[in-house]
Structure formats: C-alpha cells, structure tokens
Design a protein around this ligand. Structure first.
Ligand code: RI2
Length: 313
C-alpha cells in the first residue's frame, strides 16, 4: 500500500489540502511527504516576487489541514525552515532540496524502524495492531520475514475501517493476519496470549504521550491489564517540538455522517473524535529510525532532533 509520492507531485495545493481534509490522503507519514512535495511544487511554480509569500501561505494552509498529525507541521517547517534564504532563487532551490531530503529520509526511516522492531519480537509471537500505520505494517512484515510462526490480529478501526488496509497489506506480504472488530481487542489480547501490540503514531508529545487513531488508548489499557508491551512505530517527524513549550495537538472531530447515516438516527446526537491520547505509562517503547526510546526519554529525544525551531510556524 506504500503510496507513490510521484502521484501526488501533480496535485495542486488546493487539491492536497482538500484531499487531506477529506481523508483521501491519509496516514501521517504520507501526509508529511505530500506536504513536502507540494511545497517544492509551489516553489517551482511561483514568480520571484511572490515565492516567499506563496510558500508562507501554502505552509499555513497545509498545517491547518489536519491538526492532530504533527508530521504535517514538521514536514512544512523542515521544508521551509523559516524561509530564511535571502534571494528568491536561493529560497526556491533550498525548499526543493529540503523537500527531496525529507522524502528520502521518510522512506529510509520506515525500513530502519522495521529493522529495530524485529529486535523486540521473537519466534511464535502474536501481535495485535490498530488502524493502518504504513510504518507498523512495514515493521510487522519485517518481523514476519525474520521470525517464525508470527500471527497478527488487526482491529477494523471504525468509522473509516483503516484496518481493512492493514489486513490487505499484511496478507499481501504473506502474514497470517485476522481481522477483528474494535470491541473484540481486549478479548483477543487475553484469550489469544498476544505478545505485543504494535501501532503507529500521529503525534508524540514531550511528556511521552501518544496521539493516535481513536481506540488506541483502549487497546493500550487492555494491553497494560494483560501485561503486554505496546510498541509505537514512529519516525522523528511524529515527535512534537511544539509540545516542549506546552502546545498540545487538537483532537480532530469529524462529521457525524462518518458514523451514522440511518434516517431513524437523525434526531440522535453523535460525537466522532478520530484520535485519542495514550499516556506515557502505557507505551513500552517508541521505535524510531534513531533507535528505541522509553517514554521518559522522549523530551530529550525531541530536543536533540529539533535544536533550532526559530521562525517555524
Ligand atoms: P503512518 C493514521 O491516521 C493512524 O492514526 C496511524 O496510526 C497514523 O496515521 C500513522 O500512520 P489516519 O490518517 O504514518 O488514518 O505510520 O487518520 O502511516
């Protein structure tokens, strides 16, 4: 299911923002790569006299498209890096180069994270996962390639059913995977002697909290109760430098129509939060391209990864 970012290179800024808001473009890693690609296109296509303004405006529009995934804001800032270059030509060149570097690093990070996760999972392991994380899918596939007799249970993940993407991708990779409804997760954790929960991340904050797809918190609480470790596959851009000074992600709420469309339920109120926060104590390790980190190590990791965020939006 790994997206071909060239497909997105032809999208306009408005199309990218629309597709991210409409969940046509989803997955925090893919959203970040698409934002970098989009900014390179804006740089390429802007006149000298307008390039700085066009990039600043595009950056703000992209950051606003999905408030919970910090990879989007980090991708914009890592690509624009404060728009400091003095000349239009220098700015244009720097943005295109940084966008290419971002995309190359993102793709390399996924395979480094996969290699790191394998060190935490043994033969005959049973894994449970939630939603569709391209990083978790790649890492679980690597575990299946290098360990014997691996089984996976995947939550379907209402209301967008991203678990269907996960089971199809893992099945294509030759993994023994079983789809379950979200509310079966606790039962499976206990009755199937699950050895590890492996999920992705939208945002990780300095206190070690994980912001991920709705339902992750419930799975992590069930794992804690069953003494099962939770491993989070997340490249450095999933970590929030903005949380060092207290800026926390907004939990995105989406339309009721994604939950119910039946006319007999029309009078009934519906809430549709699509992310939740899993506290630091429930995460065993954050598996990154720079190694595995405990929750209490996250603030230091963020400071090392993001030493200078001056002029960032
Ligand atoms: P990768 C997804 O959100 C899920 O929450 C997933 O865990 C996270 O992004 C990270 O995905 P959505 O886009 O970056 O389905 O690992 O709302 O692909």
């Amino acid at each position: 299911m790994s997206p071909n970012h060239e497909d997105e290179a032809n999208l306009t800024l408005d199309q990218v923002v629309h597709d991210i808001q409409g969940m046509k473009l989803r997955g925090a890693a893919r959203i970040g790569r698409t934002a970098a690609t989009c900014l390179a296109r804006v740089a390429d296509q802007s006149e000298d006299r307008e390039v700085k303004h066009a990039l600043a405006s595009a950056g703000r529009q992209l950051v606003a498209a999905r408030p919970t995934a910090v990879s989007l804001r980090n991708a914009v800032n890592l690509t624009l890096d404060g728009l400091r270059e003095p000349s239009p030509a220098g700015l244009r060149l720097a943005v295109v180069r940084r966008a290419d570097a971002y995309i190359e690093h993102s793709n390399e990070a996924a395979s480094q994270i996969a290699t790191e996760l394998v060190t935490f999972i043994g033969n005959n392991a049973t894994i449970l996962t939630h939603c569709h994380s391209s990083l978790a899918v790649q890492a679980i596939s690597a575990v299946n390639d290098q360990r014997k007799n691996i089984r996976v249970f995947a939550d379907e993940t209402r209301p967008w059913w991203q678990g269907h993407l996960t089971v199809k991708a893992l099945h294509e990779a030759g993994v023994d995977v079983t789809l379950i409804v979200d509310s079966a997760a606790h039962h499976i954790l206990e009755s199937e002697a699950v050895d590890a929960v492996v999920v992705g991340a939208d945002t990780i904050t300095a206190d070690g909290s994980l912001y991920n797809k709705i339902g992750t918190r419930a799975v992590a609480l069930g794992a804690k109760a069953a003494n099962i470790p939770v491993y989070v596959c997340a490249e450095a851009v999933k970590f929030s430098p903005y949380s060092l000074d207290g800026q926390l992600p907004t939990i995105e709420e989406r339309p009721r129509e994604e939950v119910v469309t039946q006319s007999d339920l029309a009078p009934i109120a519906v809430r549709n939060p699509v992310f939740d926060r899993t506290s630091a104590a429930l995460v065993a390790r954050y598996i990154t391209e720079y190694g595995a980190h405990r929750s209490e190590e996250v603030a230091g990791f963020i400071r090392r990864q993001y030493p200078n965020t001056e002029d960032w939006i």
